[in-house]
Design a protein around this ligand. Structure first.
Ligand SMILES: [Ca+2]
Ligand SMILES: [Ca+2]
Ligand SMILES: [Ca+2]
Ligand SMILES: [Ca+2]
Length: 548
């Protein structure tokens, strides 16, 4: 028998995985075929016209942030432009109508030249006023853009001590640590600007990466820069609660092709300082191969799995339930996520953004991977096709790229997944190198009988207004789902918004929130198909169910 997904809980199971899955084809699977969500590309129709131009400089990068900069619950977009200008688009979608965006680059109010040379960006409310601000990753001086609450931005670099130096930043993460009111920022740099623009291999060196944090709460300008070292040209940072206990450590995805002799992926303990995990604590660093990271608890044990996408096959790291050390098992082969293109040429595949989401709302997480050749690659178009993998009941993933209509052969880079028309189904925006952005509307919720869903937005008084570092543990029917609210991951950008849960045929879900300080709410029962806001105010939990 093939184990049901909810039973995938023990290390024993992991040990047996290969044997079990290799027998699937012989005994046949009882798992139901997942419903394939269909997507419709509508960027131009939605008024979204934007190109990321790589030029000679942007061998990597090309991110997009989806965030709600005017607090109207519609997700807006900040898009990197490479050698061209970055763009801001405001979501002007009217309920029950087609997705619409309005270009609003003037609201970025950037001085001459500063809108160009943007690799990506991430949203965070750095000043704790409730509005998401923007950290803009650049080939040049990075920018922190403060939001006035109506998507009007102004440069606030001095408020957090952003270095006034040229960088080549692609990776970013942020979190609020301990009782400090200000976030710690993690900035990952690729090649040094000199090295990036030179054909001289002797100059092929990774720039320094660093974190920025306050030293003294009483001295708001006193920041400490701490090097994240060694730095192997990271392309993505993600804070991962690998133990399932609310302690988020920094996982890096590093570019495969830079460091002579090879480099490894990294995991840093995040505390009062950053410390690389020693191998003596079961952290066995794999060789670098990453362009993006995503994380989600796939097997329902409350521990996150991690997927790293880069050159070649995906790497799918499973965290055993009872481990108290970061001893991940690489299980890509067993889970069916290798050789997604022509087998003989798989080493040529360049994956960029990767992200878990439940696109068909069946409670099983799916996986979306953006692909596109690098500027120096010549490969067949088939290897540029983006990939949709649907989670299935037996724990494996099924490639349904073509059937979904998602697969295009643009040279994709970054992406953001969000519900842009708030119909309950997750849509996707993809940044493409040297060709227009694509916007895929998910048609799955157009069917009246489609499965239920729940969007959960977290808020709290005081600092860390969006409860970064919180987790939502939700049960719908038999299946437990855990999602963490983090800033980071993806390729040079990600969505910052509500956590989206598919509920399958369940009419309600029971959830608990583990807040960043570790306190856990009593169970909250919520009906399906709502955009719920759960706010903690003076230790009182306020649930706003939103309209149906
Ligand atoms: Ca908005
Ligand atoms: Ca703010
Ligand atoms: Ca699914
Ligand atoms: Ca949608």
């Amino acid at each position: 028998m093939v184990p049901r997904r909810s039973d995938l809980r023990s290390t024993q199971w992991i040990a047996c995985l290969s044997a079990l899955l290799s027998s699937v084809s012989l005994i046949g699977s009882e798992a139901a075929e997942p419903a394939v969500p269909r997507f419709f590309e509508m960027a131009a129709q939605a008024g979204l016209h934007h190109i990321f131009s790589a030029g000679e400089t942007f061998e990597v990068g090309g991110g997009v942030t989806a965030f709600d900069c005017d607090a109207d619950m519609d997700m807006d977009l900040f898009l990197a432009g490479g050698v061209g200008p970055a763009a801001l688009y405001i979501n002007t979608t009217v309920p029950d109508d087609a997705i619409r965006f309005a270009e609003a680059g003037d609201k970025l109010a950037l001085p001459d030249g500063a809108a160009a040379n943007v690799s990506g960006g991430y949203a965070l409310d750095f000043d704790n006023d409730g509005d998401d601000d923007l950290f803009v990753l650049r080939f040049g001086v990075n920018l922190l853009l403060e939001n006035d609450g109506e998507c009007n931005f102004s440069i606030a670099n001095d408020k957090v001590g952003i270095p006034n130096a040229d960088e080549n930043s692609v990776a970013f993460a942020a979190s609020w640590i301990a009782d400090r009111p200000d976030p710690v920022l993690f900035v990952g740099n690729h090649r040094t600007p000199e090295s990036n623009n030179s054909n001289n291999e002797d100059l092929n060196v990774c720039a320094a990466s660093y974190s920025l944090r306050f030293v003294e709460v009483d001295e708001p300008t006193a920041r400490r820069m701490e090097l994240i070292t060694p730095s192997y040209c990271p392309l993505s940072y993600l804070l991962v609660d690998w133990s399932g206990r609310g302690q988020f450590d920094l996982r890096t995805a590093n570019d495969i092709s830079i460091v002579e002799g090879g480099s490894s992926e990294q995991l840093f303990k995040v505390g009062e300082a950053l410390e690389p995990f020693p191998q003596s604590e079961a952290w066995n660093p794999p060789a670098a191969s990453g362009a993006a990271i995503t994380s989600r608890d796939i097997d329902g044990d409350g521990r996150p799995e991690i997927v790293i996408a880069g050159e070649g096959d995906l790497r799918f790291y499973v965290m055993p339930e009872d481990g108290d050390q970061p001893a991940f098992f690489e299980q890509a082969e067993e889970l069916g996520v290798t050789r997604l293109a022509a087998p003989a040429q798989v080493h040529l595949v360049q994956n960029w953004h990767v992200e878990f989401a439940d696109f068909n709302n069946d409670t099983l997480s799916d996986l979306f991977i953006v692909r596109g050749r690098r500027t120096d690659q010549t490969v067949t178009n088939a290897l540029d096709m983006d990939v949709l993998l649907l989670g299935s009941d037996d724990g494996k993933f099924l490639n349904r790229s073509r059937e979904s209509g998602l697969s295009t052969n643009n040279f994709g880079r970054g992406a953001a997944i969000a519900d842009f028309d708030r119909d309950g189904c997750q849509d996707i925006v993809v940044v493409n190198r040297d060709s227009p952005v694509t916007l895929f509307r998910n048609l799955h919720c157009d069917d009246r009988d489609s499965p239920g869903w729940l969007d959960v937005e977290l808020a709290q008084d005081g600092f860390n207004t969006h409860a970064i570092g919180a987790s939502v543990i939700l049960r719908a029917g038999e299946r437990a789902q855990t999602q963490a609210r983090t800033i980071g991951g993806g390729h040079a950008g990600a969505a910052s918004g509500p956590l989206h849960f598919g509920l399958g045929n369940n009419q309600e879900a029971v959830l608990r929130v583990r807040w960043p300080d570790g306190s856990i709410t009593e169970p909250i029962v919520l009906p399906a198909n709502r955009h719920a806001i759960i706010k903690r105010s003076d230790q009182t939990i306020i649930v706003n169910m939103g309209e149906q």
